[in-house]
Design a binder for this molecule. Sequence first.
Ligand code: SF4
Length: 252
Amino acid sequence: MSQQTDPGRRVFTVRQHVVQFSGGIGSFAVAVRVARRYGTRSLTLLIADTGIEDDHLWRFADDTSRLLGVPLTKVADGRTPWEAFRDVRFLGNDRLAPCTRLLKQVPCRDWMEQHADPADTLVYVGIENTKRDRARIPAIARNWKPWVTRFPLCGKREHARTKEELLDEARALGIAPPRMYALGFAHNNCGGTCVRAGQRQWKHLLEILPERYAHAEGQEEELRDLLGDVSILRDRRGGSSRPLPLSVLRTR
Ligand code: SF4
């Protein structure tokens, strides 16, 4: 147990520490820091399964679980992002991605509501200490209310570590980082087919994992048959914005 202060300056006793464990290196580093500081008896590694994660994400998650001696608490909506897009009749894209809410936030919040009292629980998020990521903190903290959030990698006592330094931390603890980083992806999420990624990542996916690109392209085509001229990417050349289907990006 520890005493903490919430945003309203109220002092409360923490009995439960829940790490939003995404399988990314940031949340790994957070889990390790929370375990070192508070022990593991009241630590939860909460992870949402989107159904299209890279296999190595689960290997990395299992390795982390073994390292800390904390079982994974896995939640799942049961749909993949593609199935969710069909259900809500909207194709996620770099501006709006309902899959995050449906497949990650809702199942995690459902679990929290059943198992974690906001009065004595801290939620930890593995936001990395970059200007771009730090800008996301207020919105993430707002979304998690009434739970109080902490972002240990952005704390005052923590010097800003590069992703490579965080990957080295995992290696030093005997854990091989998820292969998506070594393959040149910035994030280890949804197997490199995150709809929020830009053209650069999709081109990289086509080059490195063409079969995965082909699957995403097929899913997008099915959604285009259902919804019309929609696409994950936009072509913004020449001052206008047009749909840029993955099939077109591939043939360019
Ligand atoms: S990682 Fe990307 S594709 Fe996967 S759920 Fe989140 S926003 Fe959707």
